[in-house]
Design a protein. Structure first.
Length: 79
């Protein structure tokens, strides 16, 4: 088994998000964070095999990152 660990992309500013009153687990990627993660994932797809599964924490920013990576790498599912 091979394991690749990826940290989530750039997320909304923690302090600014806190001012909104919304819980931190709902803090999403920024537009720039999503764009960068798509670019990084395209490059990653050139050097790693497609995984069977991409696992993620339930944080919104982590799930968004996992979905971007899974799509780029051709993973069958995100859990």
């Amino acid at each position: 088994m091979r394991l690749l660990i990826i940290r989530h992309g750039i997320a909304e500013d923690r302090e600014e998000w806190a001012k909104s009153g919304k819980p931190d687990p709902e803090r999403p990627l920024t537009g720039k964070g999503a764009r960068r993660m798509r670019a990084i994932s395209r490059g990653l797809a050139q050097v790693v095999e497609a995984p069977e599964v991409v696992g993620s924490s339930p944080l919104v920013r982590a799930m968004e990152t996992a979905e971007i990576v899974a799509k780029a790498l051709g993973a069958e599912k995100v859990v």
